[in-house]
Design a binder for this molecule. Structure first.
Ligand code: MSS
Length: 374
């Protein structure tokens, strides 16, 4: 797929050199460690892309304000356009988006799917309105039993395919939906790019990527979770060899995680002497308390310094650790602790689809330190 993708245009605003191209139809673009660096906010040019189906046609962003969303499960069901959404209280939220499969490449049982290492993640500032304000606008919930917030994407279904198999529709518990979920139309202060779900996408702060439905055409308070396979059987945390069932936990809150992005990532040699290690750390809905770094595979740990702005509990935090580097190959690992005291374990919990890897060992950064730069 990769050579073909290089020939095809990258999605608008993407810098090809920032990515590993896992797939082009539909897109699976992983940001390189060197592209993420220690920036608190990931620019559009380096923000990963994961689509289950081909991106909808560009015509859907021709007149963004006219984009209309159906609202159901409320007292007065109806439709709301983006222009009307903009008249509700506008909020901004910094949040990490991370694919459930980020880190899949490190699982020894070789789960199928895109072999994401670290870069199926990015942190952006999203502008939009709270779902709770939209629900209020339509007179509130239609009934107390409605237990989920369900969002539907608008990809066109291939002919003759059972819609339940391919429709991108996800449900999250209503409490989460009304607490901080948003319908967003800007990313980092610019109109939401088509490939990231423009004109309007769902933001579920602190939850794995799949819940953040792009190209939203419908939101609803529902009694049951969506019957789409992406909800019922996929994106479930299950033992190796088991098929996904509703009793397996859905990929919701992202646990504490960190990794180093440099220096020396992506095979760039580093000059010996004084250097600064850097990376990012986050924990869904919580924020980071501390990050430690080890130069000896976790026997001893040194506390890194958290730097830059704290953009809230759903954003990631940059960290640095100055150190003296001798020539040769080195491997460094990082381990984050969130404000509730959860710490990354050494290893991931094995699971069929290779989801949710946050083990510190596998995410280590190997670098090549040289006497002289070429
Ligand atoms: N949405 C829609 N509509 N479609 C699709 O495909 N995907 C998911 C989300 N949403 C989809 C949606 C996923 S899965 C992810 S990660 C995300 O999205 C991504 O995002 P971006 O913007 O980065 O591309 Mo995994 O868990």
């Amino acid at each position: 797929a990769s050579a073909q993708a290089m020939e095809r245009a990258m999605p608008t605003g993407k810098l090809a050199s920032n990515f590993h191209i896992h797939n082009d139809m539909p897109w699976a673009l992983e940001a390189r460690r060197s592209a993420l660096g220690l920036a608190p906010i990931t620019p559009q040019s380096a923000f990963f892309v994961r689509n289950n189906l081909p991106t909808p046609d560009e015509s859907i962003i021709a007149n963004r304000d006219a984009w209309s969303i159906e609202v159901a499960g409320v007292a007065n069901t109806g439709r709301i356009t983006l222009a009307e959404l903009k008249t509700l209280p506008v909020r901004m939220e910094a949040a990490v988006l991370q694919c459930s499969g980020n880190g899949r490449a490190y699982f020894p049982h070789e789960p199928s799917g895109s072999q994401w290492a670290t870069g199926a993640a990015g942190c952006a500032i999203w502008t939009g309105v709270r779902v709770s304000d939209v629900i209020e606008h339509f007179g509130g919930a239609a009934a107390d039993e409605l237990a989920f917030l369900t969002a539907t994407g608008s990809e066109e279904l291939p002919d003759g395919v059972d819609p339940s198999q391919v429709v991108v529709e996800r449900s999250v518990p209503k409490a989460k939906g009304l607490q901080d979920c948003m319908l967003v139309w800007e990313m980092n202060g610019a109109p939401l790019p088509l490939v990231h779900g423009g004109p309007v996408r769902m933001l579920v702060p602190g939850y794995f990527g799949v819940n953040n439905v792009k190209w939203v055409k419908r939101i609803a308070l529902t009694e049951e979770e969506s019957g789409a396979s992406i909800q019922v059987s996929s994106y479930r945390f299950r033992d190796i060899g088991e098929s996904g069932r509703p009793e397996h936990p859905s990929m919701y809150r992202m646990p504490v995680k960190s990794w180093l992005n440099g220096p020396g990532a992506d095979d760039m040699p580093v000059l010996k002497g004084q250097a600064t290690l850097y990376g990012v750390a986050f924990s869904g809905e919580r924020g980071i308390d501390k990050v430690e770094v080890s130069v000896d595979e976790g026997q001893n740990w040194q506390e890194a310094e958290l730097i830059g702005p704290d953009l809230g509990p759903n954003a990631w935090r940059s960290f640095i650790l100055p150190m003296e580097l001798s020539a040769g190959r080195h491997r460094f690992v990082s381990r984050a602790t969130d404000i509730s005291g959860d710490t990354q374990s050494r290893d991931a919990i094995p699971n069929h689809r290779g989801y949710g890897h946050n083990g510190w060992y596998d995410h280590g950064l190997e670098i090549n330190v040289v006497d002289q730069l070429p």
